[in-house]
Every structure is written in structure tokens, then in C-alpha cells.
Ligand binder design. Structure first.
Ligand code: SAM
Ligand code: SF4
Length: 511
């Protein structure tokens, strides 16, 4: 494994635990020792909202503000939205969430797949199958050859272009290894099964432990997409109960300041998330907004995405079944709607942890990205030909939505939603701050629509097997092209030229 300049090496797990966190990189972003997750403020805001009757006029004003400005709401406004239980008023909120999603991202859903690369872990998160000491879990750090084998299935057989690479926290699979594996993923060249066209992974997002600034710069250099770190819970006391003090992850401040360090390192697409089910969801929603606002305050850039993982059964733990804060499907849907209204510009990810019904319903609640044909067992894609295969001892938790990419594409096309495999934003520098304004004004959504059509065309030609999927896709593309012609008549000939070139076999064209 290459050792990159400036990256600290650790002699063993204990050395890593004791020295990995750099206190100065925490303090810099908590001036005066004051944390931006102000728990008293959150609790006061929730109590005030509870003491105030729901006023439909105010709720409609808040909805209108979100829709017209596309700016992050004040937490008191979000707290008011969270109080709405009247079905008719909630339906107004949901419809507005859907309109905002369409204004910012148009009628497309971006596809990605998880790739679990390494599962040894020095932490003891009580809800996670990977935690240290869980003897039921089989451990593995993929070699670079094995990484390539996984990518050959993901990019060469399924047709994914965007991955989220996932890692446990361990000195043997830390920054150098993460950088090596990102490079290996990008370099794996595949051929499409139907056309023989060159295909591969074009964007590698990462979900890993918080890193120091120098390490993040290394990941920036190898072309990381979004860096995701889920906070799990923002409630410090519950956080400490779930993450033992002896573990690196036990350091709440190191985790909460991670995205500030990302921005400092130039990794300006960051992905927030809470593990729903660990704490009162209303507290978590307000804390997420405080986090987003603090990033906006320091860097003028908010979260590129927010994910909505919910606790799922995992090997060797009962926390996912027994936590007192588990939420039902209806509450999950409310969270999505409230978050779409509260952080209107952000991408929203709902993973295959959710059931098919829950994900189908999320489509009308502001969701923008989903994974499919997912296998989260380590080496799962190349070891099992059956895409739905799951093995509790080889994966972090269990998935609920096992639908294949083909099923998902068809389902979306039938409802008039276009699947996007576009990764252009990252390749032409539309990240972080550059993309924020374009998103808020709806400009980015329109660009992306064109790229969605081109990449969808590629996928249909390169990978689609079922004639019914192809027919549904063709119908949708026709409608989309007509829509683009109406929207930008002068520009349309250029779009059509690119589209025709794609049909003739050109690949990776984008706007
Ligand atoms: N190990 C790194 C860390 O914790 O920061 C990387 C992320 S971990 C491999 C991916 C995420 O899975 C965690 O942040 C957590 O939110 C989620 N997760 C862990 N256990 C889970 C469970 N039982 N059900 C659903 N999601 C879970
Ligand atoms: Fe390790 Fe991440 Fe699992 Fe915690 S959530 S035990 S850090 S893999």
C-alpha cells in the first residue's frame, strides 16, 4: 500500500485510538468552547413549539418562504412544521416538498450503489454489526484486485456509474487505503455487455470515519466525490451511551466538526445524516439544521446531501429492535417532508435499508437519490450471482429493498420519473459553493435533466435486458426531449446532436 506524504502512520490499534484525533482541529471550529449544536436552544425551541397551537396561516407562510427562497429555514420554523398532524395541512406540506424537489432537481432520481470495502473496526458502536469484539462478524479488507472484481460487477454488469464506498474505522484501512481503493475503482475499465462500450465508475463518494485536514486533502487529490459522515445522534448524552469513551468515535466533537475540516481541505461536497431510531427524531431534525447552518455560516456552503438511515437489525446486537426511539413509517415520511422544506436545496438520500413501500412513498416527499441492486456483504457483488443474497455475518445490517436496477428503472419510468446516471457536476467543477446558487435557482436541475436523458439513454442501450423496461424508457425519453425543446428551443439542436451521438455509440457526453 502506498504511504502518502504527510499522512501519519500508527503502530497498532491502541496507538491509533490514542493519537488519531487532533484536538486543535476541533477547537478551531468551536470558538470559545461553544458548540454549534446548542442542545438548550433545541429543547427550548421544541418546548415553545409544543406550547403554541398549530396555526395554518403561519405554516403556509413558512412553506411559501421555503419555496420562494430555497434557503435553510430557522429552527423555530422547522419546529412549527414538525407539529403539523392534520392530514390536509400535512398534504399541503408534502405537495410543496415535491414541488421544491422538482424545482431544484427536476423529475429525476440519481442512482448509486454501496460498495463495502473493509469492515474491521476499532470502535464499539452498540447498534452496528461491525463493532469491535462482535465475534459473529466475518472480517475482511478487500485487496485492490478484489475491489476491481466488485467494480466489474457494479459498473460492467449492472451499469452503475456512482458508488458510495464504505469503510469501518481501522488503521489498516484508513486514509492511504481509502485513497488506494478510490484510485482502483476509477481505474477499473469495463465493457458494457450489450454494446461493448467503455463503462466505469465516474464518481466515488465515501462513507468513512472523520479524518484530519491533511488526510482529507489526500482524498481530494484522488477525486473523492461527496464525503459522508453520519452523526448517528446529535444528542450528546445518548451519543456517549452508544459510543464507548475508549473508542475514537466516542469523541462527539471530533465527529461533529468533521465537515468543517472537509471544507478547509477543499472537499466541499459533504453528506450529513442521522441514524433515526437512536433519539427523539424532532431533536435530530433541528440539530441537523443547526449543523447545516453552521457550515453555511463558516463556508457559505451547506450539505450537498442529507441521508436518512434508519436502524436495521444487525448481527450481535438488539439495539435496532429495542431502542426506545424507533420510528414508524409515517413518522419517517414526515421527517422527509419537513427536511425537504427546511433545507430546500440539498440532495436527499433514502437507502435500501427502507422497505420497497417506504421508498416508493419517499419519491413524493423530496427524495433525490437511491441505491438499487445493492449488496452490502463484503465482496458481495462478485461472490454471489443472486443480487438479493444477504448474510448477517458478512454485513453491517440487513437491507429491506432488494429490487434490481432493472425493476427500479421500470418502476420509475412508469411513473414519469427519469433515472439519472449523471456524474457531470463533479467532473466540470460544479461542486460545493459553485453548485449552491445553481441549485437554489433551479438552473442546476435543468442542466441535470439534459444529462439525465443522455446517461439514461446510455444505460438503456448498454444494460437494459427486459423489453418492457426499454419500452417504458423510450417513451419517457421522448417526452423529456419534447420538454427540453419547449424549454430551450435555441439550445435544443445542440442537445439533440449530443443525444443522436449517444444513440450512435458515443459515451460520457455531458453539459
Ligand atoms: N465506520 C464509519 C463510521 O461509523 O463513521 C463509516 C460508516 S458505517 C460503515 C456506515 C453507517 O451505517 C454508520 O454511520 C451508521 O449510521 C450506519 N449503521 C450502522 N449500524 C446500522 C444499523 N444497525 N442499521 C442501519 N444503519 C446502521
Ligand atoms: Fe465501526 Fe462505523 Fe460500525 Fe461504528 S458504525 S462500529 S465506526 S463501522
Amino acid at each position: 500500500m502506498a504511504t502518502r506524504n504527510g499522512i501519519r502512520q500508527f503502530k497498532d490499534e491502541q496507538d491509533y485510538r490514542e493519537h488519531f484525533v487532533i484536538q486543535g482541529e476541533i477547537d478551531k471550529y468551536l470558538p470559545g468552547g461553544k458548540h454549534f449544536i446548542d442542545e438548550d436552544l433545541i429543547n427550548r425551541t421544541l418546548a415553545e413549539a409544543d406550547a403554541t397551537p398549530v396555526d395554518p396561516v403561519r405554516i403556509r407562510e413558512i412553506i411559501a418562504k421555503s419555496e420562494s427562497t430555497c434557503e435553510t429555514l430557522e429552527i423555530a420554523e422547522t419546529a412549527a412544521l414538525m407539529r403539523v398532524t392534520d392530514p390536509a395541512l400535512f398534504e399541503e406540506m408534502r405537495a410543496a416538498a415535491d414541488r421544491i424537489k422538482k424545482k431544484v432537481y427536476d423529475n429525476r432520481i440519481v442512482f448509486f450503489a454501496p460498495l463495502y470495502v473493509a469492515n474491521p473496526c476499532v470502535n464499539g458502536c452498540r447498534y452496528c454489526g461491525f463493532r469491535e469484539g462482535n465475534a459473529q462478524q466475518k472480517r475482511r479488507i478487500l485487496t485492490m484486485d478484489e475491489v476491481r472484481e466488485e467494480v466489474e460487477v457494479l459498473a460492467g454488469r449492472i451499469g452503475h456509474k456512482r458508488l458510495i464506498a464504505v469503510y469501518g474505522e481501522h488503521p489498516k484501512s484508513s486514509t492511504d487505503y481509502i485513497a488506494d481503493s478510490i484510485e482502483a475503482i476509477y481505474k477499473t475499465a469495463c465493457k458494457a455487455p450489450k454494446t461493448g462500450a467503455p463503462v466505469g465508475i465516474r464518481r466515488v463518494n465515501v462513507n468513512a470515519a472523520p479524518l484530519p485536514v491533511d488526510d482529507l486533502r489526500v482524498l481530494k487529490d484522488v477525486g473523492i466525490g461527496t464525503f459522508q459522515v453520519f452523526q448517528e445522534t446529535y444528542n450528546r448524552k445518548l451519543y456517549e451511551q452508544m459510543h464507548p469513551a475508549w473508542s475514537v468515535k466516542g469523541n462527539y466533537d471530533w465527529r461533529t466538526t468533521c465537515f468543517h475540516r472537509c471544507m478547509e481541505a477543499g472537499v466541499d461536497d459533504v453528506g450529513l445524516g442521522v441514524l433515526y431510531g437512536l433519539c427523539d427524531w424532532r431533536f435530530e431534525v433541528l440539530a441537523t439544521i443547526l449543523h447545516a447552518r453552521d457550515l453555511e455560516r463558516w463556508f457559505n456552503i451547506g450539505p450537498h446531501t442529507i441521508s436518512f438511515p434508519r436502524l436495521e437489525p444487525a448481527s450481535g446486537t438488539r439495539v435496532p429492535e429495542e431502542s426506545p426511539w424507533l420510528i414508524d413509517d409515517e413518522t419517517f415520511r414526515r421527517i422527509l417532508v419537513v427536511m425537504r422544506l427546511s433545507v430546500p436545496y440539498t440532495g436527499m438520500i433514502v437507502t435500501a435499508r427502507e422497505s420497497p413501500e417506504s421508498r416508493n412513498r419517499a419519491l413524493d416527499c423530496g427524495m433525490t437519490q437511491l441505491d438499487c441492486s445493492s449488496n452490502i456483504a463484503i465482496k458481495g457483488y462478485s461472490d454471489f450471482s443472486d443480487e438479493a443474497h444477504q448474510e448477517k455475518e458478512r454485513q453491517q445490517f440487513m437491507l429491506s429493498d432488494n429490487r434490481s436496477i432493472e425493476e427500479m428503472v421500470k418502476y420509475l419510468a412508469d411513473r414519469g420519473t427519469i433515472t439519472s446516471f449523471c456524474t457531470a457536476g463533479y467532473r466540470c467543477g460544479r461542486t460545493g459553493g459553485c453548485i449552491m446558487d445553481a441549485l437554489k435557482t433551479g438552473r442546476e436541475g435543468k442542466f441535470c435533466k439534459i444529462n439525465a436523458v443522455l446517461t439514461f439513454r446510455e444505460w438503456l442501450d448498454d444494460f437494459a435486458k427486459d423489453p418492457a423496461t426499454i419500452a417504458a424508457g423510450e417513451d419517457l425519453i421522448k417526452k423529456e426531449l419534447a420538454g427540453i425543446e419547449q424549454w430551450v428551443p435555441k439550445f435544443y439542436p445542440t442537445v439533440k446532436k449530443q443525444y443522436d451521438a449517444t444513440c450512435a455509440g458515443a459515451r460520457d457526453l455531458f453539459f
